[in-house]
Design a binder for this molecule. Structure first.
Ligand SMILES: NC(=O)c1ccc[n+]([C@@H]2O[C@H](COP(=O)([O-])OP(=O)(O)OC[C@H]3O[C@@H](n4cnc5c(N)ncnc54)[C@H](O)[C@@H]3O)[C@@H](O)[C@H]2O)c1
Length: 393
């Protein structure tokens, strides 16, 4: 920290970069008002216009076009890395060498080798905090379900069935971007499936093996854009030139958890009509829970508590008795909803508390957690390629 304040920067001003920028802006309004002063210092993006717009919109002091300016800046302590996955390693290593605390987006890197090098860089960094952004761990509803499992009231999980379906790849005129490059596993599996895998392990514990994986590429080439592509959105104009799609549009697989529970998973970017559908059902020995991101502020829950005449699934509205909610929302009573955007605020707050040594919220997942997630992705790919059950190693 620079004295008694924390200087913050975000690298990448695309779809998720803006969510990080907004997250740090709101983070000091949450919970106890005892966070050191948070200075919103810089937004960096190779696209000058994006950097300037995001800096102005969210109240950051300056815009940069080169991440190295962030690594070298003396007034910056904490940096989110929110660019394409193949850029994570170089930037994270450079930031750690420059003495910054780093929150890197998921998936941590395109390869296990890259992730191991990033972990080594963190170890060399003399106490800098390096973390990965599995944002959904900050969902009050998902964290509440995890807590019910941890307490043991619904018994041992038996079956986790989850999907993360999105439709951003449905239109064949949707232009090629970094999301469609990088080989098997780097498509829907890494982009949205990484969140689902992390949620599955967050709730049910480690996955032991993967089998029955299928990777499918439905749209095999895409047009080259004439302009800039941001996030999942289509560019305004496309050229006649086309490039091959290098990774999967959808993936399905079965997992066995170390506990013996079964997991059934699918992830897609060609799920027509579903822009952002993360949902799961969890069945345990003595109860069950459901979650659907379309109704982010609630979860379904069933156990043996109510009398038989009124027993069944009940709708639980997230509220102050669940994680992150009390004083995490301006109006913090059940029914005052939150969205995926708020999870970035909870995450930013947790990361800043970690840097400030307050240690009240669960720490952000570590780079080792990011590597673990990549090992799961690699096992899914090996299962698809070999047709065999693959241990997660
Ligand atoms: N946690 C989540 O819920 C979530 C959601 C979306 C994306 N993500 C992750 O965030 C990352 C970024 O995804 P996105 O959708 O925001 O991508 P995006 O393509 O919308 O934005 C990336 C931005 O990086 C900029 N950029 C490219 N090269 C750069 C460089 N060398 N230095 C600085 N800026 C550079 C681009 O100009 C662009 O503005 C990915 O790792 C993705 O997986 C996470």
């Amino acid at each position: 920290m620079s004295g008694r304040s924390i200087g913050v920067a975000v690298i990448g001003a695309g779809m998720a970069g803006r969510a990080h920028a907004a997250g740090y802006r709101s983070a000091s309004t949450l919970y106890m008002p005892d966070l050191p002063e948070v200075r919103l210092v810089a937004i960096a993006d190779v696209n000058r216009e994006f950097a300037a717009d995001t800096a102005k919109r969210y109240g950051y002091e300056r815009a940069e076009t080169d991440w190295r300016a962030i690594a070298e800046a003396r007034d910056i302590d904490v940096v989110s890395v929110v660019v394409a996955n193949h850029l994570h390693r170089e930037i994270v290593e450079g930031l750690l060498a420059g003495g910054k605390h780093v929150l890197c987006e998921k998936p941590l890197a395109p390869s296990i080798e890259d992730a191991e090098a990033m972990i080594a860089a963190a170890e060399r960094s003399r106490g800098r905090v390096a973390a990965v952004g599995f944002t959904f761990r900050r969902s009050p509803a998902i964290a509440a379900i995890k807590e019910q499992v941890r307490r043991g009231g619904i018994g041992r999980p038996i079956h986790f069935n989850g999907h993360y379906w999105s439709d951003y790849g449905c239109d064949p005129r949707g232009p090629i971007s970094w999301r469609y490059k990088g080989g098997p596993g780097s498509g829907a599996l890494s982009d949205v499936g990484s969140h689902l895998l992390d949620a599955g392990e967050f709730i049910c514990g480690p996955i032991r093996s993967i089998r029955g994986a299928v990777l499918s590429t439905v749209i095999t080439e895409r047009p080259v854009p004439l302009g800039t592509v941001v996030g999942h959105a289509a560019a305004a104009a496309i050229s006649d030139e086309r490039e091959p799609v290098e990774n999967e549009d959808l993936v399905t697989f079965t997992a066995t958890f170390a506990s013996g529970a079964t997991g059934t998973f699918s992830a897609s970017r060609v799920a027509f009509g579903l822009p952002n559908s993360l949902a799961f059902e969890l069945f345990a020995e003595k109860g069950a829970a459901t979650f659907d991101l379309d109704r982010a502020g609630e979860f379904g829950f069933a156990d043996g508590a109510p009398e038989a005449a009124t027993n069944g699934y009940r709708q639980v509205l997230a509220g102050p008795s669940h994680p992150y909610f009390a004083k995490g929302m301006a109006m913090d009573f059940p029914g005052c909803n939150y969205s995926q955007n708020d999870l970035f605020v909870f995450q930013a707050r947790a990361f800043l508390e970690q840097i400030a040594g307050l240690n009240r919220l669960p720490p952000c997942p570590s780079l080792e957690d990011g590597l673990r997630n990549l090992r799961l992705i690699a096992a899914v790919v090996r299962s698809a390629q070999s047709g065999r059950e693959v241990p997660v190693g």
